[in-house]
Write a protein that binds this ligand. Sequence first.
Ligand code: ZN
Ligand code: ZN
Length: 332
Amino acid sequence: MSISYQVLGKPSEDNALLVHIDSGQKIDHLLFDCGEKCLKNVPVGTVQKIDHLFFSHLHMDHIAGFDSFFRINYNRNTRLNHIWGPPQTARIIQHRFQGFMWNLHESMSCPWIVSDIYPQEYISYRYELKEAFSVSHHIQTSQYQEKLFETNNYEISVLTLDHRTPSLAYLIREKPSSNIDIQKLKALGLESGPWLKEFKELKEGYVVSSSGTSYSFKELRKSLLIETPGDSIAYLTDFLADKQTIKKLTGFLNNCQTIVCEAHYRNSDIELAMRNYHSTTGLTASIASKANVKKLVLIHISDRYDLGQYREILNEAKEIFPSSCFSKEWKL
Ligand SMILES: [Zn+2]
Ligand SMILES: [Zn+2]
């Protein structure tokens, strides 16, 4: 079980995040935002495998690369096409779907699901390629409390932030995995075998050791299973980092391994940050510090700063949160 990620887009250009969650049996690929040129260096085969596309919000710099994603996947039937975002995502994405001439696709069945996420519910709509995406089919309204959905391997939570429009922070947490302590197994005189697979899940059952001692599955689970916490990563960008938001994020991101977060403005430009509902290097670093995260990756630096200032920008963050860095893809 592991999570790996790539920050997409260059310094001072549009950024996005591609996350890979490897369960050992399968890999899930999640894309967060899709700004201009963000998919430029992502192989087509990887884009075809993206399971979910999540938008923080729909300002141009976060959706301008959507056509590249859609061009590759518009008729994809190998997996569900699911897009998530704040309120009005369905309306805006439907316009994007309809921004092309569709006159050869009446026989092709390919549904797209788009979900508008509100603070405690999300509303999902279905669009069909064969209908040239002309109809917005309401399919369901679902309630949630922070946790948007879960799979066998991970869960994804969401928090609405304020960018003078809702901007969504996403948090992925892998589920803990449990492994068998082989040393203890041997010490109890037990042989490994197919029963070990069963005993993890079966409530009742027992096994007899080489010395004739009988152990119930229940007591063995307590002594033999080592629980390893899962990895975690969060993506958050474009938000006003006022006191109330910092407090909310401290709880939401608590103990997260990695957060990938905007630092659009330098500390000296805090007035601009407040006016434009953005964060600063210092505020972002203090969120990482208060939430006790392991690592902070700074993204979405304003193009008002040239590359020569990036070292100072990083130092501003490191003064508050030493485990701050830029993406290795940026090669700075
Ligand atoms: Zn924005
Ligand atoms: Zn932005």
